[in-house]
Design a protein around this ligand. Structure first.
Ligand SMILES: Cc1cc2nc3c(=O)[nH]c(=O)nc-3n(C[C@H](O)[C@H](O)[C@H](O)COP(=O)(O)OP(=O)(O)OC[C@H]3O[C@@H](n4cnc5c(N)ncnc54)[C@H](O)[C@@H]3O)c2cc1C
Length: 459
């Protein structure tokens, strides 16, 4: 794989990605940038209006997805009514997901990704790689490495952890054009997200517990009655006419597994999907660009599979935990209905993680130059994933150098710099970081901590 010639059309490429949402499109671009030939198979998604966080759009910009950034437009004002408090928070980019995803595909094809439009119905492992076909058996694409990025519609893998079952019932209306903006508010049995798009469309999405699910046949009537009972929602669509029926989407936070094998991997919502309240959905999908390092590493060195697997599993669990915790904090902040099942269940999930007191040098899988390698990193309770380097100076070798020096005087940065072949200015920055984090005498920890750390580093 690596730098083989790219192939377009339906010829076998290095990587076959199924699903052209933010996760699949961003990864496809990253991989072609690293010299891999990529086929992206995708079909149209169901219409949806969503609010992208500022950092999701920043992630798209960094990934070079400028069409998608343009489609996201300017951030709109966002109002939040929660626990009786009214706040105007930093804005969000209101997007019509069909338009955003079309822009993502333009970005992918500008990045030399071969696009194939169709609905993958079956995926088979052939002699040389993976083949995707539609329901009629027509070949959609093939590749030696398979990336599953079909979002929540991907064939299920077993769940490793999941939050309370959550549904989002949404309906779109059309009315006179008003100022673009969004609002979120809580109510006794859930919360609502409201959006007003520049073309006069308004969206009302009601998020409820799965146990309260209205029968599918009654969805539109249920939505209309609930909206009528909530003054903020009713006011939002005053003078508007519905554009269609209400639709339901599963919004349960769920972590499956990235399922790393030597020639396949799941990314984005197919690996883990977060509660929309966390506001991390699209951001988490874009953040999967790190999976490019996983594919890149396995292509060059299949023996690296255990390290790649550990790295991707850890990142996946870490990103999910972060988003789950952000959601929990929001749910806990609403205290008016804390006795109602919707709020009770969500204030209790996820259970608090066990505190870790781990400190010192550990071997961890990290990304270096688009490859995953095991290196010594410095772990602290606040930074459990560990820190490889500060200002380009790797902390493991630096601590070894400090340990062998023993002097710890004002000239330390210069001596360590000489030993490590690093500029003394950079070494001084890294030493200051170590001192501030209690790994050097004079920092937050007594000098004896240095001895402990040195032992860990050398073990
Ligand atoms: C109710 C709800 C509201 C949300 N609101 C927000 C929000 O406001 N802001 C936010 O940031 N996130 C939000 N999210 C989360 C966000 O939608 C996802 O996290 C994000 O889109 C995941 O990106 P992805 O690329 O992994 O998957 P997706 O965006 O789901 O992309 C998957 C792609 O695969 C394609 N596909 C599916 N099946 C096939 C097939 N068989 N063959 C070929 N292609 C296929 C789909 O058409 C789609 O293009 C929300 C989620 C839900 C459920």
């Amino acid at each position: 794989m690596g730098h083989r010639k790219r192939q377009g059309g339906h010829g076998m490429t290095d990587v076959l990605i199924l699903g052209g949402g933010p996760a699949g499109a961003v990864l496809a671009r990253r991989l072609t940038g690293l010299g891999h030939g990529v086929t992206l198979v995708t079909c149209a998604r169901r219409p949806a209006v969503e609010g992208l966080s500022l950092r999701a759009v920043e992630g798209l910009r960094r990934a070079g997805c400028l069409e998608a950034v343009a489609a996201a437009g300017m951030p709109a004002a966002r109002r939040v009514d929660w626990n009786g408090l009214h706040t105007a928070l930093n804005g969000e980019h209101l997007v019509d997901r069909s338009r955003l995803d079309a822009a993502l595909l333009r970005d992918a094809s500008a990045g030399a990704v071969a696009l194939s439009h169709g609905t993958a119905a079956a995926v088979r492992r052939g002699k040389d790689g993976w083949l995707a076909v539609d329901a009629a058996g027509t070949m959609l694409g093939s590749g030696r490495f398979l990336v599953e990025a079909r979002g929540r519609r991907a064939p299920n893998a077993p769940a490793q952890e999941s939050g309370p079952r959550t549904l989002a019932v949404g309906r779109v209306y059309l009315g006179p054009a008003v100022e673009t903006g969004s609002a979120a508010f809580s109510f006794a049995d859930g919360w609502a997200w409201l959006a007003a798009l520049p073309d006069g469309r308004r969206a009302v999405q009601l998020v409820i517990d799965g146990a309260e699910s209205p029968a599918r046949a009654d969805l539109t009537a249920w939505h209309a009655a609930t909206v009528a009972s909530l003054p903020q929602a009713a006011g939002w669509i005053a003078g508007c006419a519905p554009l269609g029926e209400a639709e339901v989407r599963d919004a349960t936070a769920i972590r499956r597994s990235p399922g790393v094998e030597a020639d396949r991997l799941r990314i984005g919502d197919a690996a883990f999907a977060v509660d929309p309240l966390s506001g991390h959905g699209a951001y988490a999908a874009v953040a999967w660009a790190f999976a490019a390092a996983a594919v890149n590493t396995l292509a060059a060195d299949p023996a690296a599979l255990p390290a790649v697997e550990r790295f991707v599993e850890d990142r996946c669990a870490g990103l999910f935990a972060h988003a789950a915790d952000a959601g929990k904090q929001f749910y806990r902040a609403e205290e008016r209905w804390s006795g109602r099942p919707f709020w009770q269940r969500r204030a209790a999930w996820p259970p608090a993680p066990l505190p870790t007191a781990d400190r010192g040098i550990r071997r961890r899988a990290v990304v270096v130059n688009d490859r995953i390698e095991e290196r010594p990193v410095l772990v602290t309770p606040a930074l459990p994933r560990g820190v490889l380097a500060i200002d380009g100076v790797e902390l493991g070798p630096l601590l070894d150098s400090v340990a062998s020096d023993r002097c710890l005087d004002g000239d330390l940065a210069r001596r360590c710099g000489r030993q490590l072949g690093q500029a003394p200015g950079r070494v001084a920055v890294a030493l200051a970081w170590l001192a501030n984090n209690g790994f050097l005498p004079g920092g937050a920890k007594p000098p004896s901590a240095l001895t402990t750390t040195m032992k860990n580093a050398n073990s």
